[in-house]
Design a protein around this ligand. Structure first.
Ligand code: F6P
Length: 322
């Protein structure tokens, strides 16, 4: 192999740049040049490719977002879009491709593999919903931002004897919400996996009030069955909650900023491994963290299901909040 390409796709996540840098420099170590594809599958279909030299990936390790930019794309889900992408790869004599992204992005990678291009996936999404890896790139950074925000909100909550509802990202998966709840000491957490009713939340807040707490926190995953604002309206009408309620929706703040040391290391290891296995002839696989090891799992398996959250964490969240 003499020429490979790399793209970032779907929602950006902190650490994607560290992965790009690792890909480019590992490829150079093997005498292989790397093209960056701008704006994910949209750029692939449009032929928006640029050669990435060692200098071009210098100074990006600590930067959030992705220097290649990213996009969500409908056209590439169609056979016509995929053929267009394949044609562009052939025109640029690209022999192998590395796709960094979440479930949708890895599904696109699988389609290209089935069309004969050698492809390796790297899991990148703050949601931690990608099956086949203990952690995806960006999860740790997002979680640290959430915890920092939660700690700040608790300061003001306890000064005013208030309860806060904090909505965090994760439309299909409650990993961020659940971890934030355990590590930030929330009273209750609502996730798509365990969607407590609004009545149950009111009860949890009331229990905290009766126990004499100066504040209470409810963490709500974006994929909960109701919005944070609906919950506030409901809680405002309950006379027995005790606390006055305020709502904070963290939104895209969670996706920005410099990657943590954990994410830089994870992204670097994944980028190095992806190039190594691509050059060894592997294709249709995703690199995944398994304990302390970096494994390869079939893309077909990775995109066939969402990563489940261990039941023990839900249990922990329940009894530690008492
Ligand atoms: O998949 C990552 C994620 O941040 C989800 O948690 C969130 O629901 C979604 O992306 C938001 O997407 P967008 O940035 O396109 O609004």
């Amino acid at each position: 192999m003499k020429r490979i390409a790399v793209m970032t796709s779907g929602g950006d996540s902190p650490g994607m740049n560290a992965a790009i840098r690792a890909v480019v420099r590992t490829a150079l170590e093997h005498g292989v040049e790397t093209y960056g594809i701008r704006q994910a599958y949209a750029g692939l279909m449009a032929g928006d490719f640029e050669l990435l030299t060692s200098v071009e990936v210098s100074g990006i390790l600590q930067r959030g977002g992705t220097i290649l930019q990213t996009a969500r794309n409908e056209e590439f889900k169609t056979p016509a879009g995929q053929k267009k992408g394949l044609r562009r790869l052939n025109e640029h004599q690209i022999e192998g491709l590395i796709v960094i992204g979440g479930n949708g992005s890895l599904t696109g990678a699988l389609a290209l593999h089935k069309m004969g291009i050698k492809v390796i996936g790297i899991p990148g999404s703050i949601d931690n919903d990608i099956f086949g890896t203990d952690m995806a790139i960006g999860v740790d950074s997002a979680l640290n931002i959430i915890l920092d925000s939660l700690d700040r909100l608790r300061d003001t909550a306890s000064s005013h004897q208030r309860a806060f509802v904090i909505e965090v990202m994760g439309r299909n998966c409650g990993y961020l919400a659940l971890m934030a709840s355990i590590l930030g000491g929330a009273e209750i957490v609502v996730t798509p996996e365990k969607p407590f009713t609004m009545q149950e939340i009111a009860q949890a807040l009331e229990d905290a009030y009766v126990r004499g707490k100066s504040h209470a926190i409810a963490v709500l995953a974006e994929g909960a069955p109701y919005k944070a604002t609906e919950l506030q309206e409901f809680l405002d009408k309950q006379t027995n909650v005790g606390f006055e309620v305020r709502v904070t929706i963290l939104g895209h703040i969670q996706r920005g900023g410099s990657p943590t040391a954990f994410d830089r290391l994870l992204a670097t290891r994944m980028g190095v491994k992806a190039v190594q296995v691509l050059l060894e002839g592997e294709s249709g696989k995703m690199v995944g963290l398994n304990g302390r090891k970096m494994d390869l799992i079939p893309l077909e398996e990775a995109v066939s299901q969402l990563r489940p959250i261990s039941e023990s964490y839900f249990e922990m969240a329940r009894f530690l909040s008492r």
